[in-house]
Design a protein around this ligand. Sequence first.
Ligand code: SF4
Length: 374
Amino acid sequence: MAGLYFHIPFCKRACTYCDFHFSTTGEQEPLLAAMERELIARARELGDAPVSTIYFGGGTPSLLETERIASIMQLTRDLFRVQRDAEVTLEANPDDIAADRLEAWKAAGITRLSLGTQSFREDRLRWMGRAHDADQALRSIELIAKAGFASWTIDLIYGLPGMSITEWEEQLSIALDHGMPHLSAYCLTVEPRTALAHQVKKRIVAMPGDEAQSAQFDHLMVRMERAGLEHYEISNFGRPGHHARHNSSYWEGVSYLGIGPSAHSYDGLNRRWNVANNARYTKAVTGGEPYWEEERLTPAQRTNERLLTGLRTSKGVELAQLELDPLRLQPKAVERWTASGHLLQADGRLVLTKAGRHFADRIASDLFVDDDDR
Ligand code: SF4
């Protein structure tokens, strides 16, 4: 089994908090043609493995003409053994949603829509620099709920300056009232070199403290559980049958091909990443020059990646699947987090408790094994 990821690096405008690779200028078509060249050139890398998930991310894939998504899908089907029940996700922004476009995406083979809502409040959307307004956020969720996709999901952001539990509850209620089967909820973080980082540095914006963000995360967990959505990964909640298969395969170490500028690929041993620059990517692919770097991961790196991603999931990390044993190599850290009630060992797995979910990345890095090969 394998996955395919397409990075569509265009956005209408730059959201203040975003550090993904995207551009608000530049021609689309030469870059898309280069992505198709990359896809053709690398098709053999997956061998005969059936493709079970395809993901159009970005950037903003919904910016493309629907026919362009359809033609990339057709080329993918021509080149790979795409499973009949493959999960095919498209990230879309509310300002790109219309009934006829939803139908066209379905006809192209998209089975799952991921809507970048972030908030249903006008003041918050403006503050984040989003291209859509609150009406579009509401209207798009109504259209998607009726469109008949196998699944759909929305993104919401919490931990915003001045956000109260009441505001957060309002946001979650709007989504749940529309029958949302899956939610990705992200706590606002200040990433270097973003407009938000600049605003924080200049004291134009004061970020909330850990306590407020932590209380909103607790509220999220309780609210989703009450609504019947399983907390299967730190930032992801889904009704049974609606867990994201593409993202789950990243967390389980499945091979995937990443196509487009800044896209990453993994074949079980090597990690490869494409240049994060649209012009350089297009020129290099078109000219037959290298456009990527890669490294072979050491056993310690592979173990630590599995710890970092696996501990974020409700299934935790299966110890037998790790090449190196953190119980033997980091016994004190395991003991400390277990004694404090943040970590459990059960059925050969290491799993975070509810309290531990607040510190997932910190616990994982404490458990990291030393890399003697570097
Ligand atoms: S639309 Fe998405 S990818 Fe584009 S700038 Fe905003 S958050 Fe980043």
